[in-house]
Write a protein that binds this ligand. Structure first.
Ligand code: ADP
Ligand code: MG
Length: 319
């Protein structure tokens, strides 16, 4: 078993699309995954960092913002990200602590509200691409907010959805604390929801911005910064497929970074879902020489051991 591991849990895998995603459902999905990870930690004293997506969870907070706008002030997006880090993070802490105790491998687990640095000059801020929150129907309201600088995309049915920038993550600002906690044997939850995006002003001060960082890229960055041996992305499919939407669908069990880059260039992976996972896995492996794996949430232990999911290796062909 590898010495240091970063595991990214999918937001959709925690709150499955098309279902209500109640607190109980989300807790149940997290609990099952934490039991599997506890089994791994019971056998090996692996250093473990967890990160998680928050797409459905932030979407729900934004719906609350819309519905309550006339009663309490709407909160900015960076606040929403921080809030989902807290709720998903504490659920992970609760579930993993209990699971570790149950297998006699008690260890401290902590979640950090984590900021991730982005560049105010990132081109993503000029061209927002990520749709978030509810579909809006009130044209006058959409127009009013457009004048405030909010961007929208119009759907085929004449409704609008907000678009936000998805800038490249540059640095995990809680890195030094994460590293220290890991060395002490603590399991750390960090960079949830891609991290709270912050920019550095000319005078050095940090400010939260209305953007969403891709959680797979933020997880890969943290794995690289921590020099992890393995970066695992757990989601709601068994791995990476080619010809995914066709009868010829074929799951990849092992792939080298170059082959993966070729497949991505050929358009095999959907933007906004498998695309960023493949890109994150590729970046991590290319920059560190470590191993990445993309697998189903319920195969966590097998995936970490190299026996499930799509294993991404430095270069299978040239090894
Ligand atoms: P998460 O919340 O875990 O980030 P996403 O929904 O963003 O999950 O990404 C996982 C989804 O990617 C799968 O449910 C699947 O429908 C989709 N997907 C798109 N292209 C592929 C592909 N080539 N191979 C596997 N899954 C794919
Ligand atoms: Mg995703």
């Amino acid at each position: 078993m590898p010495r240091r591991v970063v595991v990214a849990l999918g937001g959709n895998a925690i709150a499955p699309a098309g279902r209500a995603g109640t607190a109980a459902e989300q807790t149940g999905n997290i609990t099952r995954t934490m039991r599997a990870l506890a089994d791994v930690l019971a056998v090996e004293p692996t250093e473990l960092v967890l990160t998680h997506g928050n797409g459905p969870q932030v979407g729900n907070l934004l719906i609350k913002n819309e519905l309550a706008r006339d009663v309490v002030p709407a909160v900015p997006l960076d606040w929403c990200v921080a809030q989902t880090q807290a709720t998903t993070g504490f659920t992970i802490v609760d579930a993993l602590e209990a699971a570790l105790a149950a297998v006699g491998a008690t260890r401290p687990v902590v979640t950090l509200v984590s900021r991730v640095l982005v560049d105010a000059a990132d081109p993503a801020f000029r061209e927002p691409t990520k749709p978030i929150g509810p579909w809006l129907e009130d044209a006058a309201e959409v127009e009013r907010r457009r004048r405030e600088g909010v961007r929208f995309v119009e759907g085929a049915d004449g409704r609008w959805r907000r678009l936000v920038p998805s800038p490249t993550p540059l640095a995990s600002l809680e890195l030094a604390v994460v590293a220290r906690l890991l060395e002490e044997g603590t399991v750390v939850v960090a960079n949830g929801g891609g991290g709270v995006p912050v920019v550095r002003g000319p005078d050095g001060t940090l400010t939260g911005v209305e953007a969403v960082i891709d959680k797979d890229l933020a997880g890969a960055l943290l794995a690289e910064e921590l020099r992890a041996d393995v970066f695992a992305i757990l989601t709601d499919v068994v791995g990476v497929a080619v010809a995914y939407d066709t009868p010829e669908r074929r799951w990849l069990t092992e792939v080298g970074v170059e082959e993966l880059a070729d497949l991505a260039a050929a358009g095999e992976f959907a933007a906004g879902s498998m695309g960023p996972k493949v890109e994150a896995a590729r970046r991590f492996v290319e920059r560190t020489g470590g191993r990445a794996v993309i697998a189903a949430l319920d195969s966590a232990a097998e995936a970490l051991a190299g026996r499930a999911g799509t294993q991404v290796r430095p270069d299978r062909d040239r090894a």
